[in-house]
Design a protein around this ligand. Structure first.
Ligand SMILES: Nc1ncnc2c1ncn2[C@@H]1O[C@H](COP(=O)(O)OP(=O)(O)OP(=O)(O)O)[C@@H](O)[C@H]1O
Ligand SMILES: [Mg+2]
Length: 161
């Protein structure tokens, strides 16, 4: 059975591709057969990353393929233990497609209200679209060691979702 993980946000530049690659890399290092579906074909961040890894002979090998749609990605999922979907920014349609297909949804967000507010809004939209809440997790990115800001961000998410 293939585990499907979607890394999504409406906002650009919050850490989707970085987190998708981190998850893929760690599971691949643990022996899982992993593929990243790069659903942000206009940027191709994860696809470029695969090319750099190949050129530099970096292990473990991780399959990455760009796909225009989630449906196309799913056709290639069954031979892998894990497929991580690197989502596009600014696409509610694409984000919802990923959400419906995924076993786990990872919403990366920075600590500022500018990042937190759209992340919480997305979570509400997912729940409105009948995505179960226990599938949705927030990941605080680029936090540094500012414990009080991390705590404030956690409180904001807890209060607003
Ligand atoms: N945890 C982190 N620590 C430091 N820098 C980070 C971290 N996560 C992401 N970045 C940096 O932030 C920038 C945006 O990250 P990334 O490309 O992963 O975001 P994204 O959500 O995929 O963006 P887009 O919406 O454009 O696809 C990149 O320069 C990346 O290197
Ligand atoms: Mg990206």
């Amino acid at each position: 059975m293939t585990v499907l993980v979607g890394v999504i946000s409406q906002k650009g530049g919050v850490g989707k591709s970085t987190l998708a690659r981190l998850i893929a890399r760690e599971y691949a290092a643990a022996g899982w057969d992993v593929k990243i579906a790069d659903l942000d074909i206009s940027q191709g961040t994860s696809t470029d990353w695969k090319q750099r890894r190949e050129l530099n002979g970096i292990q473990p090998e991780i399959a990455v393929e760009p796909f225009r749609t989630v449906a196309q990605a799913l056709k290639h999922a069954s031979v892998y233990d894990l497929m991580v979907m690197d989502g596009p920014p600014h696409s509610m349609q694409g984000t919802l497609e990923i959400a419906r297909a995924s076993d786990l949804l990872v919403l990366p967000t920075g600590l500022s209200l500018d990042d937190l507010k759209p992340s919480v809004l997305l979570a509400h939209e997912l729940v409105n679209a009948k995505i179960p809440t226990d599938k949705i997790i927030f990941v605080l990115c680029r936090v540094g060691d500012r414990e009080n800001e991390i705590e404030e961000a956690r409180s904001y998410i807890t209060l607003k979702v």
